[in-house]
Design a binder for this molecule. Sequence first.
Ligand code: SAM
Length: 204
Amino acid sequence: MVRDLARAGIRDARVLEAIASVPRHRLLPEAMWEQAYAIAALPIGDGQTISSPEVVARMTEALELAGSEHVLEVGTGSAYQAAVLARLADRVVSVERIPRLAARARRSLDALGVTNVVVYLGDGSLGRPAEAPFDAIVVTAAGPRVPPPLLAQLAPGGRLVGPFGERGRQELLRIRKQADGRLVRERLGACRFVDLVGQHGWAA
Ligand code: SAM
């Protein structure tokens, strides 16, 4: 799988190592273990998906983590992305809106021995003001626009990466907050994610 990711253009060796070290099958129901290492998104129930390893690699690479960061993830899902981030950052705060997925993600992370990720149940489009600022924010579900609370909770020098745009077709964006608070946007390519549902996303 890691060879496929390198071939697909993922260059950051730390990201490739982190992906290689996470047993993706352990974040999926046993019936799906055979497909676990395909470069594809897979269903995890409740109409949601575990992101493709390529998408996780691209988004993680775009966050430019050095190891000391306090990271916010919006959309825990299976906890696959969270488990990868846990290997590359100091602490990860992850928010999931579906109770069953949040509970399963906590159990999966415990079973993997991941101790630097905390999963909260709630509307991640509001961020997590009590734990802000964040050095990096990754949004793993797509909303019509970048939620303003997330931009407010990004530290100076921080990066936010996520998909934004129309339903079913979005642009992956990276937004850097400069030291003076100015926001600089970069387009990282077309993508397609499940809906970000919440106050600053789509209506349920
Ligand atoms: N990061 C996940 C992984 O590695 O499995 C992929 C998650 S899936 C593509 C997107 C997730 O975002 C779903 O679990 C969905 O329930 C969640 N979600 C959607 N809107 C949300 C919101 N406002 N707050 C928190 N989670 C949300």
